[in-house]
Structure formats: C-alpha cells, structure tokens
Design a protein around this ligand. Structure first.
Ligand code: GMT
Length: 374
C-alpha cells in the first residue's frame, strides 16, 4: 500500500503514534509518506520506503495569518498525484482531516481518508462553536474514523454528534524503547539516595494535566515515606508549578527535569507514575511507564480507565482527589507484595491489549478494506 500520513510532528502523543505507526507500516513493506511541517522527531535515520515531505508555509504581507492548512492541502495533493497514494491517514479532525479532504479534491483522485481522533480536537475544540461544524465535516467526510478510546467516542457523540460510525483503535508504543530494567546510575546522577522512592510524571504541562494535584499528592505521600518527585516535560504551567512547589514547602524534593527526548531511563528509575489529568483521551505516557514496569495511579478521566483497570493493573481516583491518590501511593510504595501483584497483572495486560503488532494489524486491515472497497 502507499500511505500518506499527516500529524503534528512535535513531541506529543498523537505525533508519536502517527510516527510509530508509519514506521511499523514501512517495516511491513508499505510505502509511507510523511507530509508534515517538520521531520517527525522519532525518525532519526533514513529508511528506504519512508519518504518525508516537508510543508513550508510562506508568509506574505497580504495574509494576516500564514495559510498552513491550504499549503498543507496543496502539498498533500502533490504527494497523492506524484506517488499515487492509496490511503491518507490524518491525525486530528481539525485541521488535518479537512486538509486531507481538500487535498483529495485538489488532486481529483479517489484516495481513501482515515482520520484518527486524539482528544483535543473533541474535548477542547469540539466545544468551540467557531470550529464545531468544521470538526463534524472532517469526521463525516473521512472514509473511516478511529478514536484512541471508547470514552473519546462517547464524548464525540455527545459534543459533535456526527453521522458517522467511529471505531476504537487503542494506542501502542514501540516496545523496544520502553523495556523494564533498573537504572541505579541515573538515580545517583540526580542525587537521589537509594532509600528514596521515586514518583514521576511526564507531560506537556498543559492546564488539563493538573500538575497541582500531583504536587499535592506528593506532599501528602512524603509525610509517610522518603520520596522524590520527578516532573518531566515543559509547557504553559511549568513556572506556576515551580512556585507552587516552593509554597507547599516541597521544592527540595521535586526535580523539574524539563523536556527530554528519551524518557525511558526516567521511568526505569521510578517506583510510581502519576497522571492526574481532568481530560485525557488515552494517556500514552501510562503505556510507556507500564512497559518499564512502573505501576500507575490515574484519574477517572476520559480513556484512562480503559488503560488502567482499578486495583488490578493500577489504581484510579476521581479528578482532584489527592487524599485518595496519596493513600494509594503510600500503599503501593510500602506494600511490596501488592505492588508486585499489580505490576505482574499490568505487564500481562498491556502485552495482550496494546501490543504494537496487534494494533498495527487493526490499522492495516482498515486500510486494506478501504482499498478493496469493502
Ligand atoms: O496530551 C496532550 O496534551 C498531547 C495530545 C497530543 O496531541 O498528542 O495527546 C492526546 O493524544 C494522545 C495520543 O492519542 C493521547 O494519549 C492523549 O491522552 C491525548 N491528550 C489528551 O486527551 C489531553
């Protein structure tokens, strides 16, 4: 198959999924074309059946805003025609699905469009009346629409109500990048004493991640045991959260690590991972942490409850419930038998439900059925 992929190529979960899926498809012998504003950050070396097409948006005085969407659609149309694409896989309904639909019209070719909903296009933009109809159009005009969780499908129906069936295809990770192993050296490099437990969070520090709840949970947990909190990533809330760590009197035990290209070593030195978001369609970081053997506490928001089964493969709390989160943290970090039970269940469960080959099979079948006209 000849597959075109458009995503935001920076370090977000949607860009990671789009890139890893493209790499898996290329491994299976398909021709993969990334049509993006930058090289997807996980593609660091050349592979024969992957072609990168960069979208350069020119700025002209006549435009108040650079026309990214139209330039992208034009580029996609060019790639459709030059490489005779069979399928376009667009990540995000706006703008990418709409750019794909426009590109198909510009190219005047019957290329099939698969759109994956990742969350923000529904859970944030879907509530914006200036975009809702465009999102609906992008969904309805795609040939197949997938969502990264059942919860996101439910919210899409409630907010957008499109006349379109949406199927859940869960996220996956490249297993080789997230192996379970100890990393005592890194613990030492960061000055973390051996007898300290390590709690970790990774995100883009958007408001929806509720980093304040992670700090609060840590503050309570820390009264019961020796622990450090690693906060990895950068984003709009970072400066405020540094101030909050000071205000809560926990700054000495909170390490703001910043944005990291390779996060696996940080999971490998962690004992617990926290994701306390108020909106989260899936939570790819949970899968990453779990693969490295770290048991997670998440909120009952969006699709987190589809990744973690409460009291079986991890623990869930209501959004904002930092008291229960810290009770759970103390239990996990002091009861080794309980920790190991959840860890074993978790490792078996993710292998069964989120294996990269299993998820790639599902996308490959969707592409093939579209091409075969089923
Ligand atoms: O979480 C973010 O803010 C980044 C965002 C993105 O565009 O990459 O992540 C979304 O897509 C990921 C991949 O499907 C999901 O794992 C994240 O849960 C989802 N984020 C939200 O729903 C807030």
């Amino acid at each position: 198959m000849k597959i075109g992929i458009t995503c935001y190529p920076t370090m977000g979960g949607s860009g990671i999924i789009a890139t890893e899926l493209g790499l898996k498809m290329a491994e299976r012998g398909h021709d993969v074309h990334f049509i993006t504003s930058n090289t997807p950050f996980r593609i660091q070396f050349h592979r024969p059946n992957i072609t990168l097409h960069q979208v350069d948006v020119n700025q002209y005085a006549v435009f108040q805003y650079p026309p990214y969407d139209i330039t992208l659609a034009t580029k996609i149309a060019e790639v459709i025609n030059n490489y005779d694409l069979d399928v376009l896989h667009m990540h995000y309904a706006v703008p990418h699905a709409i750019c794909g639909i426009l590109a198909r019209q510009i190219a005047r070719r019957d290329v099939k469009i698969v759109t994956t909903l990742h969350g923000t296009d529904i859970t944030v933009l879907g509530y914006d009346s200036t975009l809702r109809e465009a999102i609906k159009f992008g969904i309805e005009e795609s040939d197949v629409v997938t969502s990264v969780s059942d919860a996101l499908i439910a919210e899409t129906k409630q907010v957008i109500n499109p006349d379109k069936e949406i199927v859940t295809v869960y996220n996956f990770i490249n297993e080789q990048d997230f192996e379970t192993c100890d990393n005592p050296d890194l613990k030492r490099i960061y000055g973390i004493p051996d007898d300290y437990k390590v709690m970790t969070h990774v995100s883009n520090f958007r408001k929806v991640k509720r980093i304040q709840d992670i700090l609060q949970t840590f503050k309570i947990t820390r009264t019961a045991l020796k622990a450090k909190l690693l906060l990895i990533g950068d984003g709009p809330e970072l400066a405020k959260m540094r101030q909050l760590a000071d205000k809560l009197g926990i700054a000495d035990d909170v390490l703001f690590i910043g944005k990291q290209e390779k996060v696996a070593p940080f999971y490998q030195l962690s004992d617990l991972f926290l994701l306390m978001s108020e909106k989260e369609s899936f939570g790819l970081v949970l899968l990453e942490a779990m693969h490295c053997g770290v048991v997670c506490i998440g909120t009952r928001a969006g699709g987190i409850g589809e990744v973690i089964s409460h009291d079986e493969t991890g623990l869930l709390v209501d959004v904002g419930d930092t008291e229960t989160a810290s009770d759970y943290a103390v239990k996990l970090l002091t009861d080794d038998v309980y920790y190991k039970t959840l860890q074993q269940n978790m490792l078996a469960d993710i292998k069964r439900r989120f294996a990269s080959d299993h998820i790639t099979d599902q996308y490959e079948q969707l592409y093939q059925e579209l091409i075969d006209g089923q």
